[in-house]
Design a binder for this molecule. Structure first.
Ligand code: SAM
Ligand code: SF4
Length: 454
């Protein structure tokens, strides 16, 4: 009988990507199929996130709820950043866990499972074998119209609040030709959209020269984007997450030269006060951030921008928060993420005095989120009556009669697919936006790029 794996993912898109890779590795090695029903699973994997305390704690409390499955012989594994940080301590806290693996060792899962069965003791492997994992991954099994391609791993920026450099290791870029080979495979499958992934994806510096391992020529992120744009069938390129410090002129020029780069950029700023940005060790001022945006808008006037904010970093005063709100006003951010600062063990900021009351931080967060939400709705309403190109992803979650797609600015669009609905999935089509809601748009089909008549 086919073995089944249930994978629960916490956290960011890198973790979503890693979860897909876990499924691919287990399918290729042992024929595992994914299941959404934990009760049906032979193997349960939790891909954890430790960026904020809440996500880490939620993982442990959810884990407790599935330990009864052990009685059926189910294996339980914990991967991701909590696993990387805590290692064997996870087994001490949750002795029913069989496997603990980090983001860089997920490709070793089949061997760890075999060892667990042979040795009947928990297996822990949270080493950082550089970029070895990519050499051991089977070709991706693509579902849908869009795919993620990881181009670099880790982070060497060491922002004072962040665990990522400790859980995922330092920045390592995949060789240029390896990335292109993966993209070529996806293009051959007719994929229209690629999202390049990395903790600091624009810090990409990939060795060129393929098998000639001696080559010391390095491709930067702009070169990678321009090369990927040459694949005819790929019509949209996205990337996340990029760092403002790495957003140089070459990347801005790429926006002028590569129309396939979507008119949407997620560029985390974290704060608007230079005092706080410096304490966070972000490496730029609010003015420098705005100047990057100004240059970008000079070549892409209607680009939509989203960002991440941390509210309530130790020492944040009212006047710092006012500067954050001024930056929101100056830039005009679209849908963005905002979080209350969460002290993470082992990071420099965790040792800072933090006299601000939680209630004050919460008020600031709510104020920020209110303004951001209003921006989102305003920008959505501006789209009503306009024609947009969307990539059709599949059935709408709201109604089985409708299809769902995404605009370049990443908004969900629901629309009636009509008699040709099945053939629109995976295609880029034009729609006229008819209504705007807080988290989605409604539209009708204007024209399809593909000929729908045989
Ligand atoms: N590398 C990206 C960058 O430089 O912005 C982001 C990666 S980080 C895993 C994702 C987001 O989590 C960050 O942009 C930040 O807003 C948030 N984050 C990271 N550490 C945090 C902490 N200790 N407390 C609250 N939010 C945090
Ligand atoms: Fe974390 Fe900063 Fe690296 Fe982003 S750049 S992953 S916030 S250390």
């Amino acid at each position: 009988m086919t073995k089944k794996v249930f994978i629960r993912t916490f956290g960011c898109q890198m973790n979503e990507y890693d979860s897909d890779k876990m499924a691919d590795v287990l399918h290729a090695a042992d024929g595992y199929e994914k299941t959404d029903d934990v009760e049906q699973a032979d193997l349960v994997l939790y891909n954890s996130c430790s960026v904020r305390e809440k996500a880490a704690e939620k993982m442990f409390s959810d884990l407790g709820r599935i330990k009864h499955l052990k009685a059926k012989g189910v294996l339980i594994g914990v991967g991701g950043c909590v696993a990387s940080q805590e290692g064997a301590a996870i087994v001490e806290r949750a002795p029913y866990v069989d496997l603990v693996f980090g983001p860089q060792t997920l490709h070793r899962l089949p061997k760890m499972i075999a060892d667990r069965r042979a040795e009947s003791r928990p297996q822990v492997d949270i080493s950082f074998p550089e970029i070895e994992k990519f050499d051991h991954l089977p070709p991706a099994r693509v579902e849908g119209a869009s795919a993620f391609v990881s181009v670099m791993e880790g982070c060497s920026k060491y922002c004072t609040y962040c665990v990522v450099p400790y859980t995922r290791g330092e920045e390592v870029s995949r060789p240029f030709d390896d990335v292109l080979t993966e993209v070529a495979g996806l293009a051959d499958q007719g994929l229209k959209e690629i999202t390049l992934l990395g903790q600091n994806v624009n810090a990409y510096r990939g060795r060129m020269g393929g098998a000639a391992k001696g080559s010391d020529e390095i491709a930067d992120f702009a070169t990678l984007l321009e090369t990927i744009a040459e694949f005819d069938s790929i019509e949209r390129i996205r990337f996340t997450t990029s760092h403002p410090k790495e957003f140089g002129q070459r990347l801005i020029d790429a926006y002028a030269r590569v129309p396939k780069l979507v008119n949407h950029l997620h560029l985390p700023v974290q704060h608007g006060s230079d005092r706080i940005l410096s304490a966070m060790k972000r490496g730029y001022t609010a003015l420098e951030y705005k100047s990057t945006i100004r240059k970008l808008r000079a070549v892409r006037p209607d680009i939509r921008l989203s960002t991440d904010f941390i509210v309530g970093f130790p020492g944040e005063e009212d006047e710092d928060f006012d500067k954050l709100m001024k930056l929101v006003d100056d830039v005009g951010f679209d849908a963005s993420f905002s979080f209350i600062y969460s002290p993470r063990p082992g990071t420099p900021a965790a040792n800072l005095l933090d006299p601000t009351a939680s209630s004050v931080k919460l008020k600031r967060l709510q104020h920020l989120q209110g303004v951001l939400e209003a921006n989102v709705l305003r920008y959505s309403r501006e789209l009503v009556g306009k024609r947009q190109k969307i990539l059709v992803e599949g059935r709408s979650r709201k109604s089985a009669d409708d299809l769902m797609g995404r605009t370049e600015c990443n908004r969900i669009v629901n629309f009636p697919g009509g008699p040709h609905a099945a053939r629109l999935v995976g295609q880029l089509i034009e729609v006229d936006i008819t209504e705007a809601y807080p988290h989605s748009l409604r539209a009708r089909v204007a024209a399809t790029e593909t000929a729908l008549s045989d």
